[in-house]
Ligand binder design. Structure first.
Ligand SMILES: [Fe+2]
Length: 278
């Protein structure tokens, strides 16, 4: 209850996923992969990493462990919201990014991943199919601690999946969209996927046709998730990190209480088969 009250009072709301960093031992080929996948611009950044930027989506690809996502960044509306939010948090560190205005900062979650908060710099010119970077999901060895941490950040729990009494997955929102972050339990902590939200079912068709022309097989879907009620399919990038395309993600008012789902295939995909990863 205390966490729920804290979330209701937090200055985090509203915040949206702005970009994330996806690392690989050889970042340029991975950046080129995403550029082709999304039809987006690929450009080197001053620190040696790469920016893949398009229509409401940005990805930083850097040198690091294959498949890793060392941070994701949430965008708040203005400097006043950012300052008020930083004032509420303990243990923040400055965060410098060419994509965020001065004043950005970061915290570290129980898995060691950084979450940055900032005000977005003016966007680059963009084109391509509609797909706004919308959420990030990780697997974790310490799901209860992650849930507590993200709720204390001011995120609001939307849904939880239970196996008996045990938490199997949690979904949290930072604006009315059902989740901007989610996590599921696993033997090892690792990133799982990030998602592009489209404008509707026909966009899902167009993205799937694009995957077909690029000879990238769909890894899972199309289907409809239980939590979030969104239409989706997923593909894998060259390191096995999943990329999701989604439509019709549920909207939930800030005060709407969290719901509970059983840990079964139908929860992951109302239409049928699911990869039970937790
Ligand atoms: Fe997802």
């Amino acid at each position: 209850m205390r966490d729920r009250m804290a979330a209701m009072a937090s200055s985090l709301w509203p915040a949206r996923l702005h970009h994330l960093r996806r690392d690989s031992p050889k970042p340029e080929p991975l950046a080129r992969f995403y550029g082709e996948l999304l039809g987006d611009r690929v450009a080197p950044l001053p620190d040696g990493s790469w920016l893949v930027a398009g229509r409401n989506r940005r990805l930083v690809v850097g040198e690091g462990t294959a498949g890793s996502v060392p941070y994701f960044a949430l965008e708040v509306q203005d400097a006043a919201q950012l300052a008020a939010y930083r004032h509420e948090l303990r243990h923040t560190e400055d965060f410098v990014s060419p994509l965020l205005a001065e004043g950005a900062f970061a915290v570290r979650d129980p898995d060691g991943r950084r979450i940055a908060f900032g005000v977005a710099k003016a966007d680059m010119p963009s084109s391509g199919l509609p797909g706004r970077l919308q959420h990030f999901v990780c697997a974790t060895q310490r799901l209860p601690e992650m849930l507590e941490f993200y709720r204390r950040l001011g995120m609001v729990e939307s849904d939880r999946v239970l196996e008996g009494e045990a938490l199997a997955a949690v979904f949290l929102r930072s604006d009315p969209e059902h989740h901007s972050f989610a996590a599921f339990r696993a033997p090892e902590s690792r990133p799982d996927h990030h998602c592009y939200e489209t404008t509707g079912w026909l966009d899902i068709r167009d993205w799937a046709d694009r995957m077909g022309s690029l000879r990238i097989p769909l890894w899972w879907g199309p289907g409809r998730h239980g939590p979030g009620n969104n239409l989706f399919f997923m593909i894998e990038d060259p390191d096995g990190h999943k990329v999701e395309f989604s439509a019709e993600l549920e909207l939930m008012p800030r005060a709407m209480p969290a719901r509970t789902w059983p840990h079964e295939q139908r929860t992951l995909n109302l239409w049928g088969s699911a990869w039970m990863r937790s």
